[in-house]
Design a protein around this ligand. Sequence first.
Ligand code: ADP
Length: 482
Amino acid sequence: MKVLSVASEVYPLIKTGGLADVAGALPAALAAHGVDMQVLLPGYKSVMAKLVNPVRMMEFDNLFGTKAMIMAYRMDGVQYLVLDAPELFDRDGGPYTDISGADHPDNWRRFAALCRAAASIVEEGLDGWVPDVVHAHDWQAGLVPAYLQQGPAAATPSVMTVHNIAFQGQFSADIFAELGLPTSVFTVDGIEYYGDVSYLKGGLQLASAITTVSPTYAQEIRTPEFGMGLEGLINARAANLHGIVNGIDTTVWDPASDPMIEANYSEGKLKKRQPNRRALAARFGLTEQDGPIFTVVSRLTWQKGMDVLAEVANDIVAMGGQIAVLGSGDPELEDALLAAAQRHPGHIGVIIGYDEPLSHLMQAGGDALLVPSRFEPCGLTQLYGLRYGNVPVVARTGGLADTIIDANEAASAARVATGFQFSPVTPDALRETVRRAVRAHSDRKAWARLQNQGMNADVSWDRSAARYAALYADLVVSGTNT
Ligand code: ADP
């Protein structure tokens, strides 16, 4: 089974969030299930700089007005296909924004080019490698099904995965004429969305199957509260909708061998976490004390409930907790958290920025991980928290609801609890749950049990990779929507 995966970010070549981790982990996870997956991604400046002796596979004389190439690059057993189009991708800033944080004005063109290139790979093959299925991730890959359906490989099935339905890739209708698609596609049954063009909507409409990254989120996006306007379409396609929870790359995220942390340890050997805790406290200027260190590794946005965290920060300190925050995002939320740190030196530390190694240390050294998200398609940090003994304290939504077992009386007695859940996402609910966690932490034996139970939870890709493999197989066999 040959599958072309198409994503705008793929770890370890480029990452801004969970999508990169997932797109990066899938090829190895699926190889174990007989799937030969290659990953197509844009050749951003920072990506091109990482490629050593890439091989030229395909050339485009005119891909949206520019010359482009597909370069193949093999690393650690994964074949990356990089779309090298300097006019579109050789820029400073992030994958989607310039250095000032503003969206690139031609994002519609940049990602349409990625989708068009994906369709060409399916149509022409690469050195005899012809995908049986195309797997498109998020809006940046949303036009893949549309391009496919218009060409000679229209029979090739496609899967559209929603990692976050809040990001839809919606652009003015003016761009349609430049997409190279027939006007028949600019309809309510295609990529038209309230008079605009929507890449995600088009993908959801035209893909053979839709998946999202947890069973609970698959249900949530059928409702107006979470569907962000696409709930009607999602409901209409419910028979083709699958919720498959993300796993994590257990070789990258393994406390027993992680080179980015201070001291390696494993389940049952929790004392060995101590050097990590000390290093974490030092990095964030936290004084040594008995109460739990609550860690946050997150985009600092409304979605992630960071305003709610800022509101209860004083109370968490009053309860004897400390807080270490690593993240960046909304300037107002950054300021609110920095102000909390200024009010409580030694008890709250905030580092604004993106720091992959530090994110590992925070999981290895923290006592508890706070994830107060208003919605969370899957969430990965709580899975890292489980694996590292950093007990997750999470909102009961989306993948957080699916992956954490609340330490209520029954679950604690049955020794299956792995963290704490709360709902709704309000200061009161968060405060009370943190209080519960602080109290639980004071019983060190019970806390260690909680940590060990989390570390024993299966957060690997095994089961979910099998589900993707089965879905691909179904699509190929049936040739129809699954
Ligand atoms: P999302 O994709 O919505 O941002 P996820 O929990 O699915 O949320 O994935 C976030 C990923 O990004 C995790 O791997 C997390 O460790 C990482 N991450 C988030 N913020 C930072 C940061 N400031 N520095 C390093 N890693 C970060």
